[in-house]
Design a protein around this ligand. Structure first.
Ligand code: COA
Ligand code: AMP
Ligand code: ZN
Length: 432
């Protein structure tokens, strides 16, 4: 029997019984975390107040700000000696966030990713190439360990160097590739330049795409370009990384693994549950994690639970494509960025004024961030301005992990704005 068959074929009643059992275990664990001890005490709440899955609503939400405020280890629910890895978000200006894992957490994470990959037909004998950044980007190690757990030959190509990436695909007979949607287009563009026809010259059949919002049309276009079936993969570092929700071969919504997570969809303003099938903010509770369980974590991602059963027979609920975010986080080249990170870097330069504008574009499969910023005083000292541009670019790259194009503008050039200033223009076309 395949490792996960038992979990994948649970009925709704069985899923809910398992969830409740795991929720109670998680709550007991949380009482070892200084953060949750305090939170429960403040709300005069104890794990013994939770008598059913519905009682989850008695528990307050956990937010990214809680993670920041308790950086780095305030949410640990095990002694630090049992923690074997951490993943941290980018950012040196604001406080970053940290997620902790025990060895068992890492094993379960690999199992979840392996389950997803198995679900879309990948097996031992497949060659799996991963174009995610490694290191702190959880798409790197997350897919790596999951693909190895399944017994595939893995090619940890990591991000960038597209020509070499394509050489790996052709030379090693890569059958399955993980790439974010915008990078899949870039790969195709460079294949064309190299005279490589993906259908004739490669064995690529399966593409895993995720990490950034994309439309159904975009998926179909990528599938046609590369001659593959492309499956949507949803994950986030706070929930480990990839392996949270994944499409099955029906390609109609992402099954969220409910033996790992309890899923709620709430109104992002009132925080009340929305009726089943309506769009709201995704809230997740981890029920299969030791080092750092999270209760009712507000993901800020907007989506809905798809009604009805999936023809594949799995009863784990399905999430619709992500519809956006309830905060101002941007995702470019698979990297998450908050405008405040950019502002904080810019405001450290005394040569700069306070007006700036961030523009996101995607010309010819190349995602680009342009940062226009006004100078405080007039200057025509071009060598100095060039050096300043270089230094701002360098510092921004350190902060946001990708390279923006920086343009210095004379004071008063950016359009004057009434009320709350618009700092970000997203001009990316959804269709590639
Ligand atoms: N994945 C893989 N490669 C990417 C990429 C992505 N999301 N976005 C861009 N690249 C490639 C570019 O095509 C370029 O290679 P090429 O010129 O050979 O085609 C190379 O990476 C550098 O990109 P560039 O845009 O010139 O540099 P940058 O400094 O702005 O970006 C990256 C730096 C790409 C390294 C950084 O954005 C990154 O690490 N992205 C990956 C994030 C990730 O893996 N997220 C998790 C997914 S689950
Ligand atoms: P990270 O923590 O860096 O893995 O980023 C997680 C965020 O990436 C999520 O909260 C989403 O906003 C976004 N994301 C991940 N997967 C998808 C997907 N399949 N579709 C749309 N957005 C996604
Ligand atoms: Zn299904």
């Amino acid at each position: 029997m395949y490792l996960h068959e038992e979990m994948e074929t649970l009925t709704r009643t069985e899923i809910e019984a398992l969830q409740f059992e795991r929720l109670l275990r998680t709550l007991r664990r949380c009482m070892k975390s200084p953060f949750y001890q305090k939170r429960f005490a403040e709300h005069h709440l104890s794990p013994s107040d939770i008598h059913s899955l519905d009682d989850l609503r008695k528990i307050p939400f956990t937010t990214k700000q809680d993670l920041r405020d308790n950086y780095p280890f305030g949410l640990a629910a095990v002694p630090m000696g049992e923690v074997v890895r951490l993943h941290s978000s980018s950012g040196t200006t604001g406080t970053p966030t940290v997620i902790l894992h025990t060895q068992k957490d890492l094993d379960e994470w690999a199992n979840a990713v392996a389950r997803c990959l198995y679900m879309v037909g990948l097996r031992r004998g497949d060659v799996f190439q991963n174009s995610s950044g490694y290191g702190m980007f959880t798409g790197g190690l997350g897919f790596q360990y999951g693909a190895e757990r399944l017994g595939m030959l893995t090619v940890p190509a990591a991000a960038g160097n597209t020509k070499r990436q394509i050489k790996f695909i052709t030379d090693f007979g890569t059958t399955a590739l993980h790439a974010i949607p915008s990078y899949a287009s870039r790969l195709h563009e460079v294949m064309e330049e190299m005279g490589i026809d993906p259908m004739r010259d490669t064995k690529l059949r399966t593409l895993i795409i995720g990490a950034e919002p994309h439309s159904e049309e975009q998926r179909r276009k990528i599938e046609k370009m590369l001659g593959v079936k492309a499956y949507n993969s949803f994950g986030m570092s706070e929930m480990c990384g990839p392996g949270v929700a994944f499409e099955c071969q029906e390609q109609n919504g992402m099954h969220i693994w409910e033996d790992y997570y309890i899923v709620e969809i709430v109104d992002p303003v009132t925080l009340a549950p929305v009726p089943e099938g309506e769009v709201g903010e995704l809230v997740l509770t981890t029920i299969n994690r030791e080092a750092m369980p999270l209760l009712r974590y507000r993901t800020r991602d907007l989506t809905r639970i798809l009604p009805g059963d999936c023809p594949c027979g799995r009863h784990h609920k399905r999430l619709d494509r992500m519809k956006g975010r309830s905060d101002d986080m941007m995702i470019l080249k698979g990297v998450n960025i908050f405008p405040i990170q950019i502002e904080t870097v810019l405001m450290q330069f005394e040569e700069l004024g306070t007006e700036y504008l961030i523009t996101l574009t995607n010309e010819e499969a190349n995602d680009l961030m342009t940062v226009e910023v006004e100078l405080k005083d007039f200057s025509d000292d071009y060598p100095r301005l060039q050096a300043l541009t270089r230094e701002i670019t360098r510092q921004l790259k350190d902060e946001i992990l990708l390279t923006p194009m920086v343009k210095l503008l004379p004071k008063g050039t950016l359009p004057k704005q009434e009320g709350k200033a618009v700092r970000v223009r997203d001009l990316r076309k959804t269709l590639i």
